[in-house]
Design a protein around this ligand. Sequence first.
Ligand code: FES
Length: 321
Amino acid sequence: MTKKIIYECIDAGSEYCPCYLAETNDCITCSHLQGKEFCDCNWRGVCIYQEYFWNGKKAKIARKNFIGKILDKKIIGDNLIIFEIEVAKSFARNLKQPGSYIFIRDADKPEYFDIPMSIMYSDENKGRIHVAVQIIGTKTKSLVNLEDEIMVRGPYWNGVLGLKELKTLKNSNALLIARGVALAPAVHILNYLIRNNNRITFIMDKGKFSEIFIGDYLDESKIITIEADILNQKGKLIVQELIRNNHYDLCFSGGSDPQHKEINNLLREFSLNTKYVITNNKEICCGEGICGSCTMRVGDKIIKACKSQINTSYIFEKEAE
Ligand code: FES
């Protein structure tokens, strides 16, 4: 018998729900808004079908682009820029949760220059957000000369898979492993876990950058930090020994898919009950569940990774088959 894959729409119950997907019978959560005659959802918030009805059988107003003022631009080495952007306080507050991201681009460029970018730090009191951009291709190169303004769209929240496991972790042990630009979303995750009184070991790998660029965002008195190149033998051994010799209730991997897989294999070998949280590496293009660029197969389902939260065990179970 095929196992029922449970996944939830990250936007369900938010001010952006129901979205365009409801208008085309493609809602991720509501069976009525998938064209079925019966109610068969696992959503426990306000009924999405009812919201759709009350909204005149239309999608709610979608996220909009706006111009953000660049307050600071820090260039690190030859391939990394940290932007500090002024936004509305409510917008910054909406980006406080782990996995938050926005789209940014040069305001003079067309929409297809939009780049999804993880929030590294968000200050709701001042209305400021920080993002770290790895300069790597045409889109990111177009941001290098921006000094005053940047186009912003958001908030989006599905930058991390396994959010439920992350958010429910309290008074526990966690291992965070992040490499390169994935150090940025790790800061948000770290702060969330610290707030919930978790004990954290954080392995930081600068990847292709000249330095660990998140030093200003860490309070190292509250965590154990280890700097390592997790792709070389020594670094791999450090990761392996930590997982083998300690019990972690949760492990976060920020980095490439091969990295996620390798760490998952170690966890399955040495630490079966560890919850696993990973960065969402799918190609996010629209972020709204429309374009289909982020689709992934999990079990017998095709899901849109920009909108769907899923327990990561489903992903690796499938790969192991
Ligand atoms: S990014 Fe367009 S559908 Fe997910």
